[in-house]
Design a binder for this molecule. Structure first.
Ligand code: NAD
Ligand code: HSO
Ligand code: ZN
Length: 653
């Protein structure tokens, strides 16, 4: 580690080449102007002064940025996550994804070989790569031994010259691979460039380095619309129809996983689980979480957390119990006995997300309606990345009466629940939120099993007047933004000055929130502030957005709520933050997103129930209504239908 006096200038390490071109406008945006020679591609200089007397830029190879920063020779830098993954330097902190230098780290092989190859059957691979550590780790996680030959460039030559058959390299457009007769067969990681800092330097110079992190994060302002503006209607339509989720093509990958689980059962589930969750399950018996593991997890939790789980569970259970519908049996005027009977599905599968965060609250929200509805077998699947079983998730499952828990996630878990495996009995219905892979798998198994509606990234719309505390409303907006970069938070207000104060309060909260990077990206990319002439203007706008969560921080929230038709859940008044509904209010937090509240509702006991109708005629009743059936059957040309009624009425001919 290079030690530098704290009062000396900051050194900023930047990568040469393609990324520098994309980075250059960002330097302008943060007000960092290098000396003119920096933009001269022919210049051999490596170090450059800037308009800030204390800041020097160095221009080095992308791999060397990480090394300069890790050893403290540079304080800040810009490096791709491919480089960060390869070195895995604990001294580097990467607070910000700059969203530039987008590409992927992939495994590629010759086209003619790929046509006959099945990556799921590999046991040993020989690979040419600049990323031996990432490559070995990637293959080890799925039980494949990787022999890596380190090359620094021109990787594409390796297969044609017989050095090895496969390569692992960065792929941007795929043109270079194509030109060399290669094709991608597996993706290891999505790559973007990150702002990186030396941890020790950050600790000692937090104001200075933190200031640059904030500057690169950019002014975190959302879309700002005013209903009085002439272009409001067009811009509002743009907001309504903007695509928020990444358009990753996951369908093909998921179809392959689902087919493989259907064919090979447990063996395929184990293989995908080991690969995606970085675990080493050897035997199908290990897939199921044992009673002892559940008991141990529950025993290790604080009484405070257990009490909170219990309070939430009691309230959710009681709210859902009131939803239970009544059977109906009666005899009508024609003497026909009619009835409608509700029964639950026999077995339900609950998907509990666990890839990037653990959600005990979602366990309760999914399992308790099933329990209240009377489902006999409630099976929960939850991924355990790096083998970590979340104790609060286990406690919530225990409290909610889940019968079986499997430590599996993603498409393979959904496929196992739908098709069954040697060790997992299939279920009748699969519910629960999850990422794009989970959503695609649910869509693909629908028909074989039932599914609930697909919940996408979270949303909140707050309608607030100017008498609210801006810090409260800003926190509410961030509560959903912190879920996901694709989440959406919208403020509607009739007070301009209040709107400005909320925008400033969001900035302020972001300085302290641990999930600031995610929340800031969501607010910046998808957030909106809509300035109204009066609060009545908000009603049709709310209906058009049909938000998942609608918060009404108004004097008369009930009056406003009565006018709204489309919203997943409404939170009434200044003391009802949406987060209370996420955890303990009682109604379900799995709600329709992406404007689907126009035609669908949140998860409820009805998702686990189905109706059977009952009809009973005696001779007199059949005589009363049968002739009309005969007439209709003949009109449809379905004579056997007509006969089956007429024969009972003595009119078979
Ligand atoms: N609406 C709600 O009520 C609610 C509640 C909680 C969470 N959520 C949402 O659920 C989502 C959870 O996502 P998550 O990723 O954290 O967990 P997840 O459990 O949904 O997904 C993790 C799994 O995805 C699979 N996967 C990841 N990368 C893959 C790849 N390249 N190929 C194939 N499979 C791959 C793996 O099998 C992994 O186990 C978030 O978007 C969150 O906002 C919604
Ligand atoms: N707000 C999310 C659904 O939109 C649910 C959740 C779980 N934990 C916290 N919040
Ligand atoms: Zn939430």
């Amino acid at each position: 580690m290079v030690t530098k006096p704290p009062n000396e200038g900051l050194v900023f390490a930047l990568p040469k080449g393609r990324i520098l071109k994309e980075l250059r406008p960002l330097l302008d945006r943060v007000g960092l102007t290098p000396e003119p020679d920096f933009d001269n591609e022919k210049s051999r200089a490596l170090q450059f002064r800037t308009n800030h007397p204390h800041i020097t830029l160095i221009r080095v190879r992308s791999f060397d940025v990480a090394t300069f920063v890790a050893f403290g020779a540079a304080h800040l830098g810009v490096a791709g996550n491919d480089v960060l993954m390869e070195f895995d330097y604990p001294e580097i902190y990467a607070p910000l994804d700059l969203g530039i230098g987008r590409c992927r780290l992939s495994v590629a092989e010759p086209v003619d070989m790929a046509n006959k190859d099945d990556p799921s059957r590999w046991s040993h691979v020989r690979v040419a790569t600049k990323y031996p550590h990432v490559t070995r780790r990637h293959f080890a996680a799925r039980g494949v031994q990787a022999e890596c030959i380190k090359l620094n460039g021109a990787m594409e030559l390796a297969p044609s010259l017989g050095l090895c058959r496969r390569i692992v390299d960065l792929v941007s457009t795929g043109d270079t691979l194509k030109a060399n007769g290669l094709v991608e067969v597996e993706q290891i990681a999505e790559v973007t460039s990150r702002l990186v800092v030396n941890r020790a330097a950050f600790k000692t110079r937090v104001e200075e380095i933190g200031g640059w992190i904030d500057a690169f994060r950019g002014p975190c302002v959302p879309l700002d619309l005013t209903t009085a503006d002439p272009d409001f209607a067009a811009r509002f339509q743009g907001l309504l129809h903007a695509k928020r989720e990444m358009s990753e093509d996951v369908d093909a990958a998921v179809a392959k996983i689902v087919a493989d689980v259907k064919l090979r059962g447990d063996a395929a589930v184990i293989e995908y689980t080991n690969r995606f969750d970085r675990v080493t399950i050897k035997d199908a018996a290990e897939l199921r979480v044992s009673t002892q593991e559940i008991d141990e997890a529950v025993a290790g939790l604080s009484p405070e957390l257990l009490a909170a789980i219990d309070l939430a569970a009691t309230r959710i259970e009681s709210f859902h119990a009131r939803q239970m519908p009544m059977d109906d049996h009666y005899t009508d005027a024609a003497g026909v006995r009619l009835g409608l009977r509700w029964t639950s599905v026999s077995a339900a599968g609950l998907y509990v997300p666990g890839g990037t965060a653990a959600y005990p609250s979602s366990v309760l929200m999914n399992a308790l309606p099933a329990k209240v509805a009377g489902v006999d077998r409630i099976v929960m699947v939850v991924p355990t990345p790096d083998g970590v079983l979340n104790a609060a998730v286990m406690a919530a499952a225990h409290r909610a009466g889940v019968t079986d828990i499997y430590r599996i996630g993603g498409a393979q878990a959904v496929a196992a629940l739908a098709h069954g495996t040697q060790s997992i009995t299939p279920v009748d219905k699969i519910v629960g939120p999850g990422n794009a892979y989970v959503a695609a798998a649910k869509r693909q198994v629908f028909g074989l099993v039932g599914i609930d509606s697909i919940a996408g990234p979270s949303e909140i719309l707050v309608v607030a007047d100017g008498t609210n505390d801006p810090a409260w409303i800003a926190a509410d907006l961030l509560s959903q933004a912190e879920h996901d970069e694709s989440a959406q938070s919208i403020l509607m207000t009739d007070d301009n000055a209040f709107a400005d104060k909320v925008i400033a309060a969001v900035e302020d909260h972001l300085k302290r929130l641990p999930r600031a990077v995610t929340a800031a990206k969501s607010w910046h990319d998808h957030g909106a502030v809509i300035r109204l002439a009066n609060l009545a203007e908000a009603v049709p706008l709310v209906d058009a957005i049909a938000p998942e969560h609608l918060e009404l921080a108004l004097d008369d929230p009930d009056g406003f709520a009565n006018k709204v038709r489309h919203a997943g859940a409404i939170f009434l008044g200044r003391h009802t933050p949406e987060a209370i509904g996420d955890y303990v209010a009682g109604p379900n937090h799995v709600l329709p997103t992406a404007r689907t509240a126009r035609f669908s509702s949140g998860l409820s006991v009805f998702d686990f129930l189905k109706r059977t109708t009952l009809v009973g005629c005696d001779e007199a009743a059949l005589r009363a209504i049968g002739p009309a059936a005969v007439t209709l059957a003949r009109a449809e040309g379905l004579d056997a239908h007509a006969l089956s009624v007429a024969i009972r009425l003595g009119g078979a001919n």
